[in-house]
Design a binder for this molecule. Structure first.
Ligand code: IPE
Ligand code: IPE
Ligand code: MG
Length: 254
């Protein structure tokens, strides 16, 4: 299917798109190459999609780059990914600044090697004044880690008398998540033909529209993104209501 950017209704963009960038390893292996070759080429897709979202005027883009569980991969792959991450961030900061893109990270930063943490912190500071696209990198992130961490911190604050256990609401929990400053994703894309969430934003994706494509991440480009957004715009988001209720015009009460 060939789609064009003109088919997108700019007034109904998903405010937050979250992507599980999957399939780098298979993409490389299918070409008789090492898995790292796939990760290396995946960076091209990141650039292209970040640019695509910035051009469209999407507010938030979250990219799942490395999961808590990915630490269990072979050491050589983990080291290669960390190096690639730092190297990419270093090179991209001027481009992020040029395009008014602000970088954020979510995840267990304590697990990252020192050099990666330092480089990331610098990049966060250097882009903190930008007001365009918010680019959120999920690094050493997993939803269960995040939820356990939130529960632990809520428990500590209850113990310290800062909050009352009986007054805990969904808003309270939201404030203890790493995504406290982000709206919930409205569209979640996973590449490479896997139909699972793999511990990504379990709580935040409660009402996201899910979009799966067989395209491997290193082949994913703006046109694939447009296709996902057009698909999203053709869906009816009901949030538990009936279709009829959504079509009823709300008349102001007197
Ligand atoms: C996604 O690609 C990138 C990371 C998880 C870091 P994979 O490395 O999972 O590639 P496949 O799924 O094995 O093909
Ligand atoms: C999910 O992909 C994590 C990232 C894309 C960073 P995985 O490739 O690690 O997930 P599984 O193992 O297929 O569930
Ligand atoms: Mg994978």
């Amino acid at each position: 299917m060939h789609v064009s950017v003109d088919q997108i209704d700019k007034n109904r963009l998903p405010s937050h798109i979250a992507i599980i960038m999957d399939g780098n390893g298979r993409w490389a292996e299918e070409k008789g190459q090492e898995r790292l070759y796939g990760h290396f080429h995946g960076v091209e897709s990141v650039r292209n999609i970040v640019e695509g979202c910035a051009e469209l005027g999407v507010g938030y883009l979250t990219l799942y780059a490395f999961s808590t569980e990915n630490w269990d991969r072979p050491q050589q792959e983990v080291d290669g990914l960390m190096y690639l991450l730092v190297d990419t961030i270093r090179k991209e900061v001027p481009i992020l600044n040029k395009n008014n893109i602000r970088l954020h990270v979510i995840g267990d930063m304590g697990m990252l090697p020192d050099f990666a943490r330092i480089e990331l912190k610098e990049a966060l500071d250097m882009t903190s004044h930008n007001t365009g696209l918010n680019l959120v990198m999920a690094l050493s992130y997993s939803s269960r880690w995040e939820l356990v961490n939130a529960v632990k911190n809520i428990g500590l604050d209850v113990q310290a008398g800062k909050i009352d256990a009986n007054s805990i609401t969904q808003d309270t929990l939201q404030q203890y998540l790493t995504t406290s400053n982000l709206p919930d994703p409205e569209l979640m894309i996973r590449t490479s033909g896997e139909y699972r969430i793999s511990n990504f934003l379990l709580y935040q994706l409660a009402y996201a529209e899910l979009y799966f494509t067989n395209t491997r991440w290193p082949d994913f480009r703006k046109e694939n993104l447009y296709e996902a957004i057009i698909d999203f715009q053709n869906r009816e988001r009901r949030f538990g209501k009936t279709s009829k209720q959504l079509q009823e015009v709300v008349t102001p009460m007197h």
